[in-house]
Design a protein around this ligand. Structure first.
Ligand SMILES: *Cc1c(COP(=O)(O)O)cnc(C)c1O
Length: 229
């Protein structure tokens, strides 16, 4: 558990260095600690080291873990693929959803958001590397989806998210992150007010920050390798 605190500090220093190298204020970048497959003890260790934003990818796993952590002031981010029969627990338990890729999911989340809670803060997931297997809306279809999501009463559209296909080619990595930023800028020119780019994981967050990321989602570099399930 001491390792988690040390890793967290190391990641924060890297974020800070990289932000400054890009001429950015490190406070403009939120670190989401991704805890899928890790139990409540690991989450508490990171929390005790000052971490407040946590991300989960599987609705069922997350809803099993959350009750044991209800005493902590955590901001919960849902970052995984969403099946339409799993929207209710996500709408009820999370503060953010990064992975909206179709209107039906957004409509269900808005309808199921409990009355009296703040709107769900959401991002649209965009497939910037264009493989058939990856989640996310095609860049061409993002404007129509963004317009539909922005109209829903209990969601607040904050920005875009991407999980580019891993590549050792740094220039290609950078182009994909740039593409997401350009898409956000184009949507803002069309009248939206997006302030969020959720991009960057353990292996590519430095390139993502250089390209303008405002949320990095990091698991392995904080908690270690996940067991293969
Ligand atoms: C697991 C996951 C991450 C974290 O990945 P690491 O490589 O462990 O940092 C980030 N984003 C999403 C959507 C994930 O599912």
């Amino acid at each position: 558990m001491r390792t988690i605190a040390a890793n967290l500090q190391g990641v924060k220093s890297r974020i800070e260095r990289c932000a400054r190298a890009a001429g950015r204020d490190p406070r403009d970048i939120v670190l989401v600690a991704v805890t899928k497959t890790f139990g409540p003890d690991a989450i508490r260790a990171a929390y005790d080291a000052g971490q407040r934003d946590f991300g989960e990818s599987y609705a069922q796993e997350a809803t099993g873990k959350l009750p044991a952590l209800a005493d902590l002031a955590i901001v919960w981010h849902f970052i995984g693929p969403i099946q339409s029969n799993k929207t209710r627990p996500i709408a009820e338990s999370f503060d953010w959803v990064h992975s909206i890729d179709r209107a039906k999911i957004a409509e269900r989340l808005s309808a199921q958001r409990p009355a009296g809670r703040a709107p769900l803060q959401v991002c649209i997931e965009v497939n910037v590397s264009g493989e058939a297997s990856k989640a996310g809306v095609a860049p061409d279809a993002a404007p129509a989806l963004a317009a539909a999501v922005a109209r829903l009463p209990n969601l607040r559209l904050r920005g875009l998210m991407a999980i580019p296909e891993p590549t050792p080619d740094g220039a290609l990595q950078r182009r994909r992150f740039d593409r997401l930023r350009e898409l956000k800028d184009a949507l803002n020119r069309d009248g939206l007010a997006l302030d969020t780019l959720s991009m960057g994981m353990s292996d590519d967050f430095e390139a993502a920050i250089a390209a303008g990321s405002t949320i990095v989602r990091i698991g392995t570099a904080i908690f270690g390798a996940r067991a293969v399930t």
